[in-house]
Design a protein around this ligand. Structure first.
Ligand code: GLC
Length: 824
């Protein structure tokens, strides 16, 4: 006998239902409550919160006014509502700040943001939602619109014509331009049109979509669950947007210097002898290295917070031997905790209710490396603290950096992640995994960072993560996951990391050499040349692939890699300075040219070259058997780093690039701060700093300025004021050049007696330096005061006492240099 089951609706064929999308209708009323504005329409409304003159938040509501809690992305202190005047006309509500006017049309809820000259910065046309909880809005796009941001996405720099999804996903398949979602989700788009730029940040931790492809004159931003909670971030310049966005979601914490050294990894270094041998080889070969990673094989059957008793029987001994060599280890810690009643972490997690569960109370289990595993619920502060505290296992062994992987979370099942109906306790406000998903990885890294900091006695921790959400920069560096040893992936890493930088993630980078597939000598050389200028610099490769340690391809390759890795160490003061800038202003360490030259039409989608800071242009070679490449130099005068050749910018040049050279240019009239070549960042050598001034001119109007930030490089002392800041200036006059310096802050005293200035490729010949005698380079290296010529070239190196009071130098100079030569 059949039951009613026979007529289940799905047995009756496909059900065609037309989706209805609701809009708020026209405005019926508005009110001010506390410092927020609530505007009600026929079917819903919008809450407006002004954070300051340049940023406001709007949250759509369907029936009742939403609560205004934010996700963990947003810093509470940046989200304080401010009052601004509102004017009501017959047709519109008009909110005015000192920078923008927000005009909300009464009949349609159409929203326009104008600047004070009446130019339309942004227009949001249609906000709608469907009965299943998805929301979406449409924004005007101009013929000259360009889009940036969105964190870690494949394809080129300008996202016009692309469509992306934000849903943290473990993608081992080759990262292709058509892949819409990778490991990180930063729902921030930066829209530039004409001389206006603004950002929109959708604070939604579920699935969201940004479509700059399908709607002709509009682009859309939508989400499938949760609230439509969006922030408008004003420009007018892209730098303003980045600075403001990072004031909202936070900036990187200045990493310890060792974390910005060169890192070596492989899946996996299999035992402690191999790890020690690796460290010794770096030292014997004089290739600088700060960190060796321990991938999953260091653990006892992939149980986190353990070491394998056979292959890593004496971790403490290994770590202290490594420390003597100046090498740290960073072990991997995944969220999956092996289901094993004899395993303390699992036992505690179950007994103390730390694992993610379904509403009915059963733990969610999924398969990852250790087999069936449970996943901590980092949304619960109690669990986050427990997890953080577990890290004393590592800190007790002398470890101060952790690598968080598989934290999308990745699960070996069809959906590749946790079931969507799993609940996150969320400190008493439970939400489904569907709504929480993109936050999972970030909350793991937050717990890890805070746990490490707690147990490291005032030292700065380092966390590396694969998954993250907006704000992840506060806790972790980000690497771009499982790329491949493809030239295309090397090239794609540039726009990816540049857009990550524009999205607040100033500390990021790809696996140098490529993770999966097999690298080659040339690819490793070219990728390393580029990678040493990326903020995060790690060579990592997968199990079963060709080895790619720097010495894997013979002496020529090894020599080139030694030089370039060495260059990163010599440039460490400069790079560290840029990290400090990222911590204080949110600007990225490496930048697309469009950030520095927003009116240059040639750079809107230029992403096979980039800037380190403002003034150093890096043009990697990203094709095999290629010894030349076209380089675009923006306006200004640029010096070839390698031979000093002067190029007038605003045009393309053809650069020579034999295998041992990566084209690099320094803008004339800028400083680069170099330090000694160390084998590891915190090696205790003298901290000589050399201020290299490129292309100095002895003429009226020439000037250059630079500020170098310094601190101990490892503790949080700098947050209590223990740092120094030295301002350096150069000014030309006919026949002379003056260099002056002074300490704006000197609460930290670097380990050095002397300061050096190097004039690289000056346009003159130095005859004398007032008050100093000419000495030989050898005498200079021995630490004597004076000035020396570098061989036949016009390059001059001046050494003076590092006087806390600062000082001034005056150079008498003569005719133009006929040629340029490399400096020290
Ligand atoms: C993931 C990571 C990769 C790591 C591997 C083994 O694929 O992305 O970096 O080596 O897992 O832990």
């Amino acid at each position: 006998m059949e039951s009613s089951e026979a007529i289940r609706p799905e047995k009756m064929g496909p059900l065609v239902m037309k989706e209805t999308w609701n809009t708020p209708g026209s405005i019926e009323s508005w009110e001010r409550s506390e410092n927020i504005y609530i505007v009600r329409g026929e079917r819903g409304g919008v809450v407006f919160v002004f954070l300051n003159d340049e940023m406001f938040r709007m949250k759509v509501f369907r029936s009742s006014v939403p609560d205004l809690t934010t996700s963990a992305a947003v810093l509470a202190e940046s989200c304080v509502p401010h009052l601004f005047p509102v004017e009501e006309t017959e047709d519109a509500l008009i909110f005015t700040t000192s920078a923008i006017r927000l005009i909300l049309e009464k009949t349609s809820f159409l929203l326009r943001v104008e600047n004070m000259e009446g130019k339309v910065i942004m227009q949001q046309n249609l906000t709608s939602w469907n009965p299943r909880g998805a929301s979406h809005a449409e924004y005007d796009m101009q013929p000259d619109s360009h889009f940036y941001g969105l964190g870690e996405k494949s394809s080129f720099l300008d996202k016009r014509g692309e469509r992306y999804t934000n849903w943290n996903t473990d993608v081992f398949a080759p990262h292709l331009p058509e892949i819409e979602a990778l490991y990180e989700s930063i729902p921030l788009i930066i829209h530039m049109h004409g001389d206006l730029t603004y950002g929109l940040f959708l604070d939604n931790t579920g699935r969201s979509d940004f479509d700059m492809r399908s709607h002709g004159v509009a682009f859309t931003i939508g989400c499938s669950t949760g609230a439509y909670d969006i922030y408008f971030i004003n420009g007018p310049e892209m730098k303003d947007v980045v600075t403001r966005y990072t004031s909202l979601t936070g900036r990187i914490a200045l990493p310890p210097k060792w974390a910005i050294g060169y890192h070596q990894s492989r899946y996996s270094y299999m035992n402690q002898q191999e790890v020690l041998q690796l460290a010794r080889t770096f030292r014997e070969k004089r290739i600088p290295c700060d960190v060796i990673y321990l991938d999953i094989h260091y653990m006892d059957e992939y149980r986190v917070f353990t070491f394998d008793p056979v292959n890593f029987p004496e971790p403490e001994k290994m770590i202290s031997e490594l420390k003597e060599l100046g090498v740290r280890i960073v072990p991997i810690v995944d969220p999956g905790v092996k289901k094993d009643p004899n395993y303390e972490v699992y036992k505690q997690g179950v007994l103390e209710k730390h694992f993610c569960r379904r509403l009915e109370g059963d733990i969610f289990f999924g398969e990852v490396w250790p087999g069936i595993s449970a996943f901590p619920d980092f949304s619960d502060s109690r669990t986050a603290e427990w997890w953080g505290d577990l890290h004393k296992y590592y800190t007790g062994l002398g470890i101060d950096g952790i690598w968080n992987d598989m934290n999308e979370p990745a699960v070996f099942n069809e959906s590749k992640t946790m079931d969507l109906d799993v609940m996150h306790f969320n400190n008493g406000h439970p939400i489904t995994h569907e709504e929480y998903h993109n936050l999972y990885g970030m909350m793991m890294s937050k717990a890890t960072y805070e746990g490490l900091a707690e147990h490291m006695g005032g030292e700065r921790p380092f966390v590396l993560t694969r998954a993250g959400y907006a704000g992840i920069q506060r806790y972790a560096a980000v690497w771009t996951g499982d790329n491949r040893s493809f030239w295309e992936h090397m090239a794609m890493a540039i726009p990816m990391v540049l857009n990550m930088g524009l999205s607040g993630l100033a500390f990021s980078g790809p696996d140098i050499g490529g993770f999966a597939h097999h690298t080659s000598a040339q690819l490793l050389v070219r990728w390393t040349q580029m990678g040493v200028f990326f903020p995060y610099c790690r060579n990592h490769s997968s199990i079963g692939t060709l080895r790619q340690e720097p010495w894997s391809f013979g002496e020529e390759v090894e020599g080139i890699l030694r030089e370039f890795i060495g260059l990163r160490y010599r440039w460490m003061p400069h790079i560290y300075n840029l990290f400090h800038e990222a911590e204080t202003c949110g600007l990225p360490v490496i930048r697309p040219l469009i950030l520095e030259c927003p009116r240059d039409p040639y750079v809107t989608n230029l992403c096979d070259q980039f800037l380190l800071g403002e003034n150093v242009l890096i043009a990697p070679v990203y094709r095999p058997d290629t010894e030349h490449r076209s380089v675009y130099l923006p306006e200004g005068c640029w010096l070839d780093y390698w031979d000093g050749e002067v190029h007038e910018g605003g045009r393309h040049i053809l650069a020579d690039a034999p295998l041992n050279i990566m084209p690099m240019y320094v803008k004339a009239g800028s400083f680069v701060a170099e330090g000694p070549l160390k084998q590891y960042a915190l090696e205790e050598t003298e901290e000589t700093v050399v201020f290299h001034l490129y292309g100095a001119e002895a003429r009226e109007g020439f000037s250059a300025a630079f500020t170098l930030y310094e601190d101990d490089g490892h503790s949080f002392g700098y947050r209590r004021g223990q740092y120094s800041q030295i301002d350096v200036q150069a000014a030309g006059e006919a026949g002379t050049l003056r260099i002056s310096w002074s300490y704006a802050v000197r609460e930290f005293t670097p380990r050095r007696e002397m300061l050096r200035f190097a004039l690289c490729y000056p346009s003159f010949f130095t005859q004398s330096v007032e008050g100093l005698s000419e000495i030989s380079l050898e005498q200079l290296k021995e630490g004597r005061r004076g000035w020396a010529r570098n061989g036949k070239s016009g390059a001059v190196i001046i050494q003076v006492d590092d006087d806390p009071e600062g000082g001034e130098l005056r150079m008498e100079v003569a005719e133009q240099q006929p040629e340029h030569f490399r400096t020290l």
